[in-house]
Design a protein around this ligand. Structure first.
Ligand code: F6P
Length: 393
């Protein structure tokens, strides 16, 4: 046998390259002058927030930077409620739900006085960098704080909200776990629905965004989904539910059940919907009992999924890297293949799935998503609209 080169195939033919060479790993330099950073979690808690706190702490500590955790979000920031964080403190927190720092919503922080108090506390504690982990309101707070600081503070936001209503990121921390929790509940409800020939309308959180309902409907095999982005009026919503129930009412015994997901942001309450649907079903004698269930805060709890832990850790890494390379007024995004306008983004070295996006652009897109002016949301609604045809079968 001759001496075969590694690129030679079994018959001596050159072997085709099966995959392109991996890109060379870029090693982050972290060439910053940062001495002390603070991290806070704000707004509704989201599973995975602890993973972000841990990543920020581990990376900062490895560069000799001190870390302070802020208790209870912006409330604690205004009160100077700081706790030292170290690798020993955050070591195993990534698997726990909620946030070890606590979270809150603060009306006072929305005032210039409140933000000035916060800046005084940060300056008194010698903190020169801030990482804010939270949703739309929390990121808006960070942008306002940085405006007030006028360059004396560097700040980066990390999107964390089960609602997935933050612009320029494919995912926010907590979304994956929340979808899994809803799907798990749907599986259970379908078991009992099938046994009793019932229809369940399941309301899920999401504020004005229908993402959780949409994603869980697809993954959980729902027969209809109601989400605010579709802009349906109450009669149209009742019709959508009825259509699904009618089609399911003719199925064989163990399949005579229906699962309808309803986003909380839809313009009609669960009770009103349930009553209206029940009246019509009785009138048509479809023989199906309709129950309404609100999953509520259950969806915000629980141990973060592996996906949320990974996203949180990589977003935490991106935030620290951004701060250390002198960036500020940015949000680290789980872009995951999406490309954003180059004038509002910068890369996170070594992690092509994440990038830093201008915070003002993020807030503008977030607003457009909520008012229905975002082309991304229009596309999402169109896709779901097309699926509606096949859902009820
Ligand atoms: O933003 C997260 C969220 O869970 C929304 O889905 C929901 O509408 C809201 O927070 C509930 O807020 P609270 O916990 O203050 O009742």
């Amino acid at each position: 046998m001759g001496d075969r080169s590694r690129t030679e195939g079994v018959f001596g033919q050159p072997r085709p390259r099966l995959r392109p060479a991996w890109p060379k790993a870029e090693v982050p330099s972290y060439a910053g002058t940062m001495k002390k950073v603070a991290v806070l979690t704000s707004g509704g808690d989201a599973p995975g927030m602890n993973g972000a706190i841990r990543a920020v702490t581990l990376i900062a500590a490895s560069r000799g930077i001190e870390v302070r955790g802020v208790r209870d979000g912006y409330l604690g920031l205004m009160a100077g409620d700081f706790v030292p964080l170290s690798p020993d403190v955050v070591g195993e927190i990534h698997s726990a739900g909620g946030t070890i720092l606590g979270s809150a919503r603060s009306a006072r922080f929305r005032t210039p006085e409140g933000r000035r108090e916060a800046l005084q506390q940060l300056s008194r504690a010698g903190i020169d960098g801030l990482v804010v982990v939270g949703g739309n309101g929390s990121l808006t707070g960070l942008a306002a704080l940085l405006d007030e600081a006028g360059g004396s503070l560097r700040g980066i936001g990390i999107p964390a909200s089960i609602d997935n209503d933050v612009g320029y990121t494919r995912l926010a921390i907590g979304v994956d776990t929340a979808v899994n929790t809803i799907v798990d509940a749907c599986d259970k409800l379908l078991d009992t629905a099938g046994s009793h020939g019932r229809a369940f309308i399941v309301e899920v959180m999401g504020r004005r965004c229908g993402y959780l309902a949409m994603a869980a409907a697809v993954a959980g095999g729902a027969h209809a989904v109601l989400f605010p982005e579709a802009g349906k009026d109450p009669d149209h919503l009742v019709d959508t539910v009825l259509r699904a129930i009618r089609s399911r009412s003719t199925k064989p015994r163990n399949r005579r059940c229906a699962l309808i997901l309803k986003a909380e942001g839809v313009d009609v309450s669960l009770e009103t919907l349930q009553d209206a649907v029940t009246r019509k079903i009785d009138a048509e004698d479809l023989g199906m009992d309709v129950r309404g269930i609100t999953l509520g805060h259950v969806v915000r709890g629980g141990r973060p999924s592996a996906m949320d832990r990974m996203v949180a850790t990589r977003l935490g890494h991106g935030a620290m890297q951004g701060l250390l390379s002198g960036e500020s007024g940015r949000m680290v995004s789980w872009a995951s293949g999406l490309s954003f306008p180059p004038e509002i983004t910068s890369p996170v070295s070594g992690d092509p799935r994440t990038c830093l996006v201008d915070l003002d652009a993020v807030l503008e897109e977030t607003e457009a998503m909520l008012t229905g002016e975002s082309s991304f949301i229009a596309w999402r609604s169109r896709v779901l609209g097309q699926l509606e045809e096949v859902f009820g079968q």
